[in-house]
Design a protein around this ligand. Structure first.
Ligand SMILES: [Zn+2]
Ligand SMILES: [Zn+2]
Length: 153
């Protein structure tokens, strides 16, 4: 599963615009970071964005990647995936969806499902405050990790 091309273009457009509005110059390097996060459905961390962009732009620094992703996240244009182990993972898909998370390797994939969207908010949750949205995290073992474990049995 990859992100459709016109969706990638739409994201690149809105992320670039937002950076400009935030007063950041849209340098070639920043644009490459934007392209990378816009086209990824892997919820990458800053380090993996850095490695991919560096293949095309050898002069990019990890700091530039960090700052660009942090700015986009602070502006709400990419989200930080909640409750994952290790470094922050970024998501350019801001439409409502859920996640499958592999507990072994940290793979994260989008899950779009109307039934999960419709999960009723339990009364016990209301005790903490007003619930505005519900995101379900499905945790398990991905296909690759499952295969590796079977091979080692
Ligand atoms: Zn896995
Ligand atoms: Zn996602």
């Amino acid at each position: 599963m990859t992100v459709a091309r016109d969706e990638v273009e739409r994201r690149v457009e809105s992320l670039s615009q937002a950076l400009r509005n935030a007063g950041l110059r849209l340098t070639h390097q920043r644009l490459e970071v934007v392209r990378e996060i816009a086209q990824s459905d892997e919820h990458p961390n800053a380090e993996s964005v850095y490695h991919r962009v560096r293949a095309r732009v050898p002069t990019i620094s990890l700091d530039t990647v960090y700052r660009t992703l942090t700015t986009l996240a602070d502006l709400g244009l990419v989200t930080r995936v909640a409750a994952t182990l290790g470094p922050t993972r970024y998501d350019a898909n801001v439409s409502h969806h859920h996640h499958f998370v592999c507990a072994r390797c940290g793979l994260i994939r989008d899950v779009v499902d109307e039934q999960l969207d419709a999960v009723a908010v339990p009364h016990s949750a209301s005790a903490f405050g007003i619930v505005e949205s519900v995101e379900v995290q499905l945790r398990g073992v991905c296909k690759d990790c499952g295969k590796k474990e079977r091979e080692h049995e």
